[in-house]
Design a binder for this molecule. Structure first.
Ligand SMILES: [Zn+2]
Length: 90
């Protein structure tokens, strides 16, 4: 069995995502979901049981803004809010 490094896996997954991100006419929601899959794959390399919330927490952080604008927030939690809406319907 061939062994790959995390860097090699990251390059392969990001390259696969770029095939779509660079050439297809995607909606913002679809772009966000592709970004999520890239991050989820890399998170799950080391944490195979990671949930959607685990992936969000590790890759998009937690907003400290009391007046957070949800999906319009520029602080990373905007993308997290989009992912939650698409995955859970909330
Ligand atoms: Zn926020």
């Amino acid at each position: 069995m061939t062994t790959y490094t995390r860097t090699q896996v990251a390059e392969a997954v990001n390259g696969a995502a770029d095939l779509l991100l660079e050439s297809a006419n995607l909606t913002p929601d679809t772009t966000t979901l592709i970004d999520f899959v890239v991050n989820a794959a890399l998170t799950r390399l080391e944490a195979p049981d990671a949930t959607v919330e685990d992936v969000i927490a590790e890759n998009w952080g937690v907003c400290e803004d009391e007046d957070c604008d949800g999906e319009d927030c520029d602080d990373g939690c905007g993308d997290a809010a989009v992912i939650r809406r698409l995955v859970t319907g909330d």
